[in-house]
Write a protein that binds this ligand. Sequence first.
Ligand SMILES: [Zn+2]
Length: 202
Amino acid sequence: MALSKSAVNRFKPGTAEYVALHGMWQISHGRKPSACLSFIINPAKAFAWARRYAYFPASETYLEGKVPKDYVCGECGASGVKLWRDYNTFLEHQSLRCLPCACHEQGKVRTPTEDGRSLYTDKVHHWYRTATTKPGWWSGYDPKDGPPADAIETRTEREKTDQIGWRVPAVPTEEGDTYWGYTSVPDPGVEWWQNLPALSHK
Ligand SMILES: [Zn+2]
């Protein structure tokens, strides 16, 4: 089957899926793989890694972009929204929680980021510079202690996460019988989860 450029472009540059397909497309045109990953700059090595780890959804998009019937908050019954599972529980015996229910259960404060794809925590990182800070460098301070007297705060950054206490994103496998391990979710699955709304609009 001939590989089309549009098939390659279904995936975002920098993902394993893109690098694997892009490499095959290059080879089919008598060229060498040329795409790289953020953590593997060498295109030949990136292609080898991507061929091993790329995940191609059973149809055009992961889970055909749909939400499984049993993907429901076990506390309030919310559906069609992002859900979190318990990191410590066997994948087969998961309880799912929506954002408000998971925050309540775990005693954590979280809000969705503006783009709805991740979460903010209640922590802010503070960065400062002083008269002797080298160009391109900065330091951080603990807000409990405050910055040094000769410091000027130059930047703050609100912490982002996708975790709520012990709960991590629940990304069903396409077979629908279990969930991906936290560190092994393939990019199309991550994309599926990030695209779910954080809250139901009912
Ligand atoms: Zn809920």
